[in-house]
Ligand binder design. Structure first.
Ligand SMILES: C[S@@+](CC[C@H](N)C(=O)[O-])C[C@H]1O[C@@H](n2cnc3c(N)ncnc32)[C@H](O)[C@@H]1O
Length: 193
């Protein structure tokens, strides 16, 4: 299927089935980044239905992407198999925290369970090329970060606290240079110092 039609189909499906996929601003940033930095090998944590994986692959990078939800993984497989980029994307079904990879990547894009960002970084940082980048999506968490003590719901409060911990972890970084990118709901860019 033509890529534009496929992206339209995926956007429609994501809306109907309530699957969170990256918003336009974030995707545009990511695609430009892949092009400008000449990224050739990307690891994505959080495939969902394969939308961002296909967007990244369409900029010339090979993509390995991990998803733990079987229904979403199956949907991603079928979308990607119907595209010309199918040979450039490898999908893995499983919990990224239980997966060990041995390849090296010049970009690791993390867009999965927000409370696990530090664990994802620790699990995959050895897979990053020396001059590679990590991009983490959606750290702003809808304006709730910094206000966890005011949130009545216990689960949401716990999640926002974990994101606040992550932001503190970023402030105390000695391994990575941290850049906050103000697109979409907020992106974080990490580069090795
Ligand atoms: C926001 S969606 C990803 C959207 C996708 N990157 C896009 O823009 O097209 C997050 C996905 O991460 C998956 N996920 C969350 N925690 C995960 C984990 N530990 N391992 C693998 N996948 C995970 C969820 O099942 C969900 O489908």
């Amino acid at each position: 299927m033509n890529l534009n039609d496929l992206f339209n189909d995926m956007e429609r499906y994501a809306k109907e089935a309530n699957v969170p996929i990256m918003l336009k601003e974030g995707i545009n940033y990511l695609q430009n980044f892949v092009k400008e930095k000449n990224i050739k090998n990307t690891l994505e944590i959080g495939t969902a239905i394969g939308y961002s994986a296909l967007k990244i692959a369409s900029m010339g990078s090979y993509v390995t992407s991990i998803e733990r939800d079987e229904n979403r993984y199956n949907k991603a497989v079928s979308y990607i198999n119907s595209s010309d980029l199918k040979d450039n994307i490898k999908l893995i079904l499983g919990d990224a925290l239980n997966i060990k990879l041995y390849d090296k990547f010049d970009l690791i894009f993390i867009d999965a369970a927000k409370a696990q960002n530090i664990n994802f970084i620790n699990n995959f940082k050895d897979n990053l090329e020396d001059n590679g980048y990590i991009i983490i999506d959606n750290v702003g968490f809808h304006g709730l970060v910094g206000k966890s003590s005011e949130i009545p719901s216990r689960n949401l409060r716990a999640l926002v606290r974990k994101i606040e911990n992550f932001l503190n972890y970023l402030d105390e970084q000695t391994e990575f240079k941290v850049t906050r990118i103000n697109v979409g709901d907020g992106l974080i860019l990490l580069e090795r110092m």
